[in-house]
Design a binder for this molecule. Structure first.
Ligand code: GDP
Length: 691
């Protein structure tokens, strides 16, 4: 028979994992009593150890759901707090400390908490039992205690003493039973006294005749009867140091000597139950019976829960199976697949375009500083009117001035650190593509995985960064000495730089319009611009640095005026240069000194093309090869199943899906166990009936 309680306790712990459901309660023994009625002493006598919080002001503030597991055949005794992940604590004073701390953690404002502490004790000396220790009833609220404490304790106890639980009502013999808070509470929920066991403690404190009459009480008759105990060990101190069974056996010995010295009142013929040993047996028997009779109803309740979970699974998740592992594996595969597709779309051409457009910007800077940002009259090379260029050399092939200009410009281009620039641009682009793929993947909602993937990419790219930069820089070295542009390249450059200049022109124009709007219209900006123009030509004398208040314009307006003048001049020059590039003068590489834009563009293209050859080998291929492997390392087999679970559950939708499946599986498991238990029960009954 005793298998039942044990199996049911097992089932109970599985059900605890199912969580959230309140309807799935297996019967347990709930221990209630007034403060100081001897409740803790009784529990400790059953467990055989002092482990409950004690102390003057120590009120239990959370229910302790105590599961006792008999480990016959093993010497070891230990406690576990499964919710805290604390395992195999064999020092019971440490269990006591933990319980005390958990109690203290409940704030005064909350008084008591109904969140139970789960504690399991494994020992060869305990019976299989499940007991719930509740805060003791208080009569008068103490000085340092919150006023609502009494009320809250009553409410908490009421919650637990509901069926199918068994009530262990503790009352002290030296207090009139009519004043027993435990019996009063029990009567309210169990008026016929069908599921209450009365325990009368401190039997040694009353006259034996009186003690015996309490146990025979007719005023509060209980079907399960009363048991009288003397659960105070004779040696209250120093018991931590005694052997494991000593508390139980010390109490048993003490009780025996007490009760047997009053045979008349407590002997076999007296018709009363006494002693902790008797109480233990009674608890086991009653719990077993209750479990057995609630087997069917619990099984039905579980069946119903299961049906609900199954329905939810079908309706909301289309019966789609899912595990954290499969989810992660599929997500990773899908991500790797999308990455593979990306690798087919992003190659040399894309790298070259990226790099080229970066160089286009550098080119504009160089052109501006070497050619365009000078006084307009300097730009003799494309000016048809000779009177503007009186004191400047003509841009002829053998003009030293213009040769030098172009040489220096070309050097600025080849020496701007193409290796580092190219590597940075490509690496940044790869990184941002990875992030884009991530955003479109399952991992978008998984911060941990997202982080892992981004790090995987940056680790590889960082590792390759310096060597790639160096390689690229080395391979473009020859261009630092000479750049040979062929006609074909010239024509392509001429075409391309035209586009670049047009774009720059439209950017200038757009910026100008933006400025106009920001100062409140075209008229206003024109006014400021003409003031700036005059000031520049020296027609107006501007005091000080000319920045603030000059011409009646505010400093910020003047700054905008200067910017507008700059943009206008830049646009004018670009228009002029666009004409020049289109003109016959720029039709051949032979006239490169007339057309620095075209020559430098062709040079930039050569740099980009060469750089890309090496980027492809040093960076791109390496990245394409290593990235999927790095992903496997970080998100594959190396993760523990806990980590996988945690990762999958980061997505609330997946978490709910997994939760439903887990619940369903746990309930199925429980039901299976219950079924086999019922069969076992049936067989037992048949055998009993047959025998
Ligand atoms: P709780 O507040 O209900 O948990 O009560 P305790 O178990 O802490 O007991 C209150 C006091 O009564 C303690 O000082 C115990 O030593 C004492 N006590 C408990 N049971 C007995 C008993 O059977 N006989 C005697 N004489 N004292 C007891």
């Amino acid at each position: 028979m005793m298998v039942l309680t044990r199996k049911m306790i097992e089932i109970r712990s599985i059900l605890q994992k199912v969580g959230q459901s309140t309807s799935l309660t297996l019967p347990s023994i709930v221990v209630i009593g007034s403060q100081s009625s001897g409740k803790s002493s009784v529990l400790e006598a059953i467990v055989g150890h002092q482990f409950l919080p004690k102390g003057l002001n120590m009120v239990t503030r959370r229910p302790i759901e105590l599961t006792l597991v008999n480990t016959a055949g093993s010497e070891e005794e230990y406690g576990e707090f499964p919710d805290l992940g604390l395992k195999r604590i064999s020092d019971f004073s440490s269990i006591q400390r933990t319980l005390t701390e958990l109690n203290m953690a409940v704030s005064d404002a909350d008084c008591v908490s109904d969140d139970p502490i789960h504690l399991t004790i494994h020992s060869p000396n305990v019976p299989d039992l499940s007991l719930i220790d509740l805060p003791g009833y208080i009569q008068v609220v103490g000085q340092n205690q919150p006023l609502e404490l009494k009320q809250k304790i009553n409410e908490l106890c009421d919650k637990y003493i509901q069926p199918p639980n068994i009530i262990l009502a503790i009352s002290a013999a030296d207090v009139d039973l009519a004043n027993s808070a435990a019996l009063r509470a029990s009567r309210r929920v169990d008026p016929r006294g069908e599921r209450t066991i009365g325990v009368i403690t401190k039997m040694d404190l009353v006259d034996p005749t009186r003690g015996a009459s309490i146990l025979n009480d007719k005023q509060y008759p209980l079907r399960l009867g009363y048991v009288g105990v003397v659960s105070k060990a004779p040696l209250a101190q120093g018991l931590f140091n005694l052997g494991p069974t000593n508390l139980t056996s010390a109490i048993a010995k003490h009780e025996k000597s007490y009760f047997s010295s009053h045979m008349l009142e407590f002997g076999p013929d007296a018709g009363v139950s006494v002693g902790t040993t008797t109480l233990r047996k009674k608890l086991m028997y009653v719990l077993e019976q209750t479990m057995s009779s609630s087997l069917q109803s619990t099984s039905n309740a579980i069946q119903q829960e299961l049906e609900e979970a199954t329905y939810e699974f079908k309706v909301q998740y289309n019966d789609r199976p899912l595990s954290a592992e499969s989810y992660l594996a599929e997500s990773l595969d899908a991500f790797k697949h999308s990455f593979k597709q990306f690798t087919e779309e992003f190659g040399r051409t894309q790298m070259r375009d990226l790099l080229k457009s970066e160089l286009d910007q550098k080119l504009l800077d160089i052109l501006a500083s070497r050619y365009w940002n000078r006084p307009i009259t300097d730009l003799s090379l494309a000016q048809p009117e000779p009177d503007h260029v009186a004191d400047l050399p003509k841009a002829e092939p053998n003009s030293v001035y213009w040769r030098r200009q172009l040489d220096v410009s070309a050097a600025s281009l080849t020496k701007l650190g193409v290796g580092r620039l190219a590597t940075t641009v490509v690496a940044a682009s790869l990184q941002s593509h990875v992030e884009k793929l991530l955003d479109e993947s399952n991992f978008a909602t998984h911060p941990f995985a997202r982080q892992a993937i981004i790090e995987a990419a940056s680790t590889i790219l960082n590792e390759r960064f310096y060597s790639t930069s160096d390689q690229v820089e080395n391979c473009i070295k020859p261009f630092k000495f000479e750049i040979d542009v062929e006609e074909r390249e010239w024509n392509q450059g001429r075409q391309h730089v035209g586009e670049v200049l047009k774009k720059e022109l439209s950017d200038c124009e757009a910026a100008l319009i933006g400025l106009e709007a920001s100062v409140g219209g075209r008229r206003k900006i024109k006014e400021v611009m003409s003031f700036v123009d005059k000031a520049r030509k020296g027609d107006i004398f501007v005091e000080g640095d000319g920045r603030s208040g000059a011409g009646g314009f505010s400093a910020s307006l003047l700054a905008k005026g200067c910017e507008a003048v700059f943009l206008r001049d830049r646009a004018d020059i670009i228009k002029m240069r666009l004409l020049a590039i289109k003109s016959n003068q720029c039709s051949s590489v032979k006239n490169k000194y007339y057309c620095p834009e075209v020559f430098l563009d062709a040079a930039a293209s050569k740099l980009a093309a060469t750089a890309v050859l090496f980027l492809n080998v040093e960076l791109l291929s390496e990245f394409y090869y290593n990235f999927p492997r790095e992903l496997d390392l970080r998100l594959g087999r190396h993760l523990s199943s806990n980590e996988v679970e945690k990762l999958a559950r980061e997505d609330p939708k997946i978490c709910r899906h997994l939760e439903v499946i887990r619940r369903k599986e746990l309930l199925e498991l429980v039901l299976e166990k219950m079924d086999s238990l019922r069969q076992l029960e049936g067989r037992d009954r048949d055998r009993m009936a047959g025998g």
